[in-house]
Structure formats: C-alpha cells, structure tokens
Design a protein around this ligand. Structure first.
Ligand code: GDP
Ligand code: IMO
Ligand code: MG
Length: 430
C-alpha cells in the first residue's frame, strides 16, 4: 500500500479515525501530525467503541507503530488516560507508540487562558476548551512554549514553568485559575518519568521508516475548513489541518506522500460557531442529527447539519491536492426522498468563483442547489459498489464527476467492516 494522508475535507468529524483504522490493516505506521486532544476519533469494532483524542487510530491494529509528531500539542493527562484505558481493554501500547521530543505540551494554565481570550474578544469561538489555541500561541511566541524534550530534562521544565506562571499570573488571578505549582511539579515529574521511553526524534524515525519501505498512514485531525490559514477564520482551530502540516508536523519531505485522501461525509456537519452556508433548516437539521447520531466525540455538543457542499470540497481538493475521496455516513441519507447538493455560491446574483476569505462576503453568499433523487433503501449491508441502488450510484457519480476525483471508499455504517472499497489500487504498492 502507498503512503496515504487521511484528512478532513469539511469542518471535522468526517470519520478520519474510522478510515485510518480501516486502512491500517495494510499499514506499518500511523502518524498524527497536528492538533491535539480537541480531536475525537471514533472507531467501532464489533460491539466495541473506542474514542481516540490524542493517540493515533492505528493502535487497534497490533502490527502497527504509532507516532505523535512535533506538530501535535500534547495534554499529558489525556495521553496517559488514553494509554491506561487502552491497556485496561487489553490493547498493548508500550513500544508501539513514539512521541516527538519537539511536540509542545498543553499545561493546565492553557485551558484557563482560553476562557480569558474568549472573554476578552467577545468572539465566542466555541472551542473545545482544551487549551489548544493558547498552547500553539505559546509555541509561536517562543518565550513560553514547553516541549516534550524540556519535560524530559526536568530542570528545563522547572525553569520554563516558573517563567510561565510569573508571566501569566495577572490573568490567572483574574479568572480564578490559580495553579498549585508544587502539586503541578510533582505531577509533571511523574509524567516525565513515564514519558521518557516513548520519546524519539521523529524526523529520524520517520525517514528511516520511509527508507526501509514501511507503509505509512498520516492521520489528520479537524478538517480543511478549520485550518488556521484556509478555514473560516477566526472560527477555526489553531493549527494547519491541511496537507502541508504532514511535512512540518513530522519532518518528512513531500515525496513521502503518495496519496491524499479527503474524507467527507455524504452531507456536512459543523460543531461550534462560525459560517456554514449549507446548514439545513431546523427540522431537517434535527432529523439528520438523530439518524447520524451527530454529537461531538470530544465535547458531546450537538453538531450542526447541512447539505453536501461541493464548493467546499472543490476548495479542499485544491488546497490539499486530493487524489481521492472517502465518502462516509452514506447510510444516513438512505431514508431521504430527495437530496440537495450545493454546486455553487452566488452573491448579488453573480457566481462566486473563489472561496471567500471574508466572513462578511461568505455571509452574503447563497448556495445554489442541485436536487438529486434519494435511493430509499438501506445501504448498511452493501459491500460492493455494483450492489448499491441506482440512485445511490448516481449520487456518488455526481460528486466524483463534479470534483473530477475518484471516490475510493464509501462508508455505510460505523462498524469497521461497513465499507465499500471502490478502488482496489489503493491497496497495491505505490
Ligand atoms: P473523526 O473525528 O473524523 O474521526 O470523526 P468522529 O469519530 O468524530 O465522527 C464520526 C462519527 O460517525 C462517529 O460517531 C462514527 O462512529 C460515525 N460513523 C463513521 N462512519 C460512519 C458511517 O458510515 N455511517 C454511520 N452511520 N456512522 C458513521
Ligand atoms: P476531529 O479531529 C470538529 C472545532 C471546535 C471549534 C473550533 C476551534 O474530531 O475532526 P479548538 O478547540 O480547536 O480551538 O476549537 O474547532 N474543532 C473541531 N470540530 N472536529 C474536531 O476534531 C475539532 N477540533 C476542533 O468545535 O469550532
Ligand atoms: Mg471527531
């Protein structure tokens, strides 16, 4: 199998985790390269459900090694809770997990700072409250960032912690987010001991793996429209969620990538605030949320639901250089008489050619819909493309032709095996 990037083409929760777990059957390494425990990646195997926030979604495949790259921000409490949970469920993590010495740490004060930022700007971004933004801010600011490697050299951690607690004291006092330094030091000393065996230099590790022909899956978090540069700023996350982050978040060159798969739901969801041009009217929104069980894997918030937006997918395909699409949650549309697909945006009656960077302009855009007939038949048990109802195939062809991209996998249920492989070449060598 080729080295494949699996990344979200919409606003997150497209089932990157499920897709990664599925493809990991034929991979050696699964690597996360950005984001943090704001992610919630669900994998269902038989009757068992797993939600990974920080750990890569290859861990349920015992033959894989899993990597957390330098582009990821790490909350150690989450990390060890996830490792404990997995090991408690009989899945060995141990030597199968590698963590970059260059990854930055999320500390308790980052979470406190996040509520301060929201209060100050009045923007109400609706973040996951995991301290993601403040941690990436500290990384870029350089004075305040604390890396995995600093924790392992514990005296460096102590110095940097002192600096941060002094620098942030004023704000922490105002929001009642006082930190007990001694308790935190004791806790982080334990973490440093526990973390040390996992720590590697990821550029060395990844490039050795590439050289020896290992098959690698690069697992994205969030989605293209939440990208700090290309998403609906400021209603975005704080990392690049798009393909460039694979290289900067792991220390590999672009030649490491053979394929870039854009994962998209057969409709769209968005959790948190921000523009959403194809958002459904309330009754349909509620109906799809019910059928699709659209509640956040990290925050349990209801996800907003909308019709498939091909303008967004086209934009995502451009930015990421998609080589194929993985279409998920197809079964959620099984009951509909008709399905709408947004094929263009119009503003003042004129077509909008480029995805607007201005939220004001985006707000004035009206989606133009094509209506396609539903298939009114369960697809949950279908495993071959040919066996899909005619109108289901028509929906898939419409999307593929519009984007000029193959749909390589269709997911028709949350369970690992509920997948239709449309492109067997995906599993041959690059
Ligand atoms: P991720 O963040 O991209 O990994 O996606 P999430 O795990 O947050 O959200 C995807 C949700 O849809 C999870 O609850 C999955 O179990 C579920 N899911 C994934 N694929 C399918 C599918 O094809 N059909 C249905 N009905 N549910 C699915
Ligand atoms: P996965 O990997 C969906 C959203 C939040 C908020 C915005 C900023 O499971 O697809 P942050 O905490 O990152 O500063 O929040 O981004 N968000 C996600 N939405 N799926 C995710 O991850 C998300 N991670 C962040 O809801 O709107
Ligand atoms: Mg998710």
């Amino acid at each position: 199998m080729a080295n494949i990037v699996i990344l979200g083409a919409q606003w997150g929760d497209e089932s990157k985790g499920g897709t990664t777990d599925f493809l990991a059957e034929n991979a050696d390494i699964v690597a996360r390269y950005q984001g943090g425990d704001n992610a919630g990646h669900t994998i269902v195997v038989g009757e068992e459900k797993f939600i990974f926030h920080l750990l890569p979604s290859g861990l349920l495949r015992p033959h894989t090694t899993n990597v957390i790259g330098n582009g990821v921000v790490i909350n150690l409490e989450t990390l060890f809770a996830e490792i404990n949970e997995l090991e408690g469920r009989g899945i060995e993590v141990g030597g199968r997990l590698k963590i970059s010495s260059r990854a930055h740490l999320i500390l308790p004060y980052h979470k406190a700072m996040e509520s301060w930022d929201d209060l100050g700007s009045g923007l109400k971004l609706g973040t996951t409250s995991r301290g993601i933004g403040p941690t990436y801010s500290d990384k870029v600011n350089r004075h305040a960032g604390i890396r995995v490697g600093d924790l392992v050299e514990f005296d460096l951690f102590q110095k940097k912690l002192d600096f941060n607690l002094t620098a942030k004291d004023h704000v922490l006092n105002q929001i009642g987010g006082d930190i007990d330094k001694h308790a935190l030091l004791a806790q982080y000393y334990d973490y440093s001991q526990r973390l040390a065996p996992y720590v590697v230099e990821t550029p060395e590790f990844m490039n050795n793996a590439l050289k020896s022909g290992k098959r690698i899956l690069f697992e994205g978090a969030q989605g293209t429209m939440l990208d700090i540069d290309f998403g609906t700023y400021p209603y975005v996350t704080s990392s690049n969620t798009t393909v460039g982050a694979v290289c900067t978040g792991l220390g590999v060159g672009p030649q490491a990538i053979d394929q870039v798969l854009g994962v998209s739901k057969a409709y769209v969801t968005r959790v948190g605030s921000g523009p959403f041009p194809t958002e459904m009217p309330p009754d349909l929104d509620e109906e799809i949320r019910g059928v699709g069980e659209e509640y956040g894997a990290t925050t349990q918030r209801p996800r907003r639901c909308g019709w498939l937006d091909l303008v967004v997918l086209h934009y995502a395909a451009q930015i990421n250089g998609f080589t194929g699409i993985v279409l998920t949650k197809f079964d959620v549309l099984d009951h509909l008489d008709e399905i709408q697909v947004c094929t263009a945006y119009q503003r003042d009656g004129e077509p909008v050619t480029a995805y607007p960077s201005s939220l004001r302009v985006l707000d004035e855009c009206k989606p133009v819909y094509e209506t396609l007939p539903g298939w009114k038949q369960s697809t949950a048990d279908v495993r071959r493309y040919e066996a899909l109802p005619a109108n289901a195939k028509r929906y898939l062809s419409y999307i593929a032709e519009f984007l000029d991209l193959p749909i390589v996998i269709v997911s028709v249920g949350k369970e690992r095996t509920q997948k239709i492989i449309c492109d067997n070449d995906l599993f041959s060598s690059a």
